[in-house]
Write a protein that binds this ligand. Structure first.
Ligand code: ADP
Length: 253
């Protein structure tokens, strides 16, 4: 707890200084609270799957199981371990981005090639779920960005679009140039986001419903990472969504 006993702010310089210090103390206090809440969320996020893992391990070790039953439990253990691995990887990414040393290395590359590379990476998982992937990149122009980071941004958005879409719907990835900006949008016809929660989805560990993560997987860190990466490029990200109808994420860099 910060104990700042300074005179109440007046109009003189000492008064202004005292207001400034009080504001700084409040900011520090809030940061400490945010950090503690974040740590509590992480501990919870890690301990929940661990509890499941231990439970399934105990069951899988029983000697009265058929081979099929044991395989079933081992599959769940593998999936849950993968989810934890992704969560820890994402947490490390975010921690790295918070450091001042995080830089993006921008270069020029072809928009058509970028889209083609993305398509090759994601096409199998879209085909597997029977979701159409529609790519629009009318002209081949030069994108000025960090290619590895931009790919990470788009893959994250496509991953969400697919995850929250039903089969036989379409996801559209459009890349275009507007003046000196590159505009990328990812549009889906999936479950959408309730209006009152749209502002929260970029927060770390936020999920629209906690139960969504059991059904769809995911850790609630993907969009926090996307936002940091977009901002590290000096860009913006916007989302429009209609609950039950679909979502549109638009990036400008
Ligand atoms: P997660 O790993 O849980 O998907 P994200 O940070 O990527 O975490 O997204 C945060 C939350 O925003 C998700 O849990 C989901 O509820 C919601 N969300 C993100 N993208 C979409 C989308 N395309 N359609 C519907 N809901 C979405």
């Amino acid at each position: 707890k910060f104990d700042v006993s300074l005179p109440a702010g007046g109009n003189d310089e000492l008064g202004e200084l005292s207001i400034a210090i009080r504001k700084l103390a409040n900011d520090l206090e809030r940061m400490k609270k945010d950090r503690n809440e974040f740590l509590a969320s992480i501990s919870h996020e890690l301990s929940t799957p661990l509890t499941y893992l231990i439970g399934y391990l105990k069951v899988a070790m029983r000697d009265d199981l058929t081979e099929a039953e044991r395989n079933h439990y081992l599959m769940i253990i593998a999936e849950e371990s993968n989810r934890m691995k992704d969560l820890v990887k994402n947490l490390m990414e975010l921690a790295k981005m918070d450091e001042m040393t995080f830089v993006v290395s921008k270069e020029n590359f072809s928009s058509k090639k970028f889209v083609k590379d993305i398509f090759r990476l994601v096409e199998p998982s879209f085909a597997l779920k029977n979701v159409d992937l529609n790519l629009i990149c009318k002209d081949d122009f030069s994108i000025h960005a960090d290619p590895v980071r931009l790919e990470q941004i788009v893959l994250n958005l496509l991953d969400n679009a697919l995850k929250y879409s039903k089969e036989n719907t379409t996801v559209t990835l459009e890349i275009s140039k507007e003046q000196s900006h590159t505009v990328i949008s990812v549009v889906d016809e999936g479950i959408g986001i309730p209006e009152e929660q749209i502002d929260l989805i970029f927060e770390k560990l936020f999920r629209v419903e906690k139960s969504r993560s059991r059904t769809f997987g995911g850790s609630g860190l993907g969009l926090a990472i996307v936002k940091e990466l977009v901002e590290a490029h000096g860009g913006t990200i916007e989302v429009k969504s209609e609950f039950g109808k679909g979502s549109r994420f638009t990036i400008k860099i």
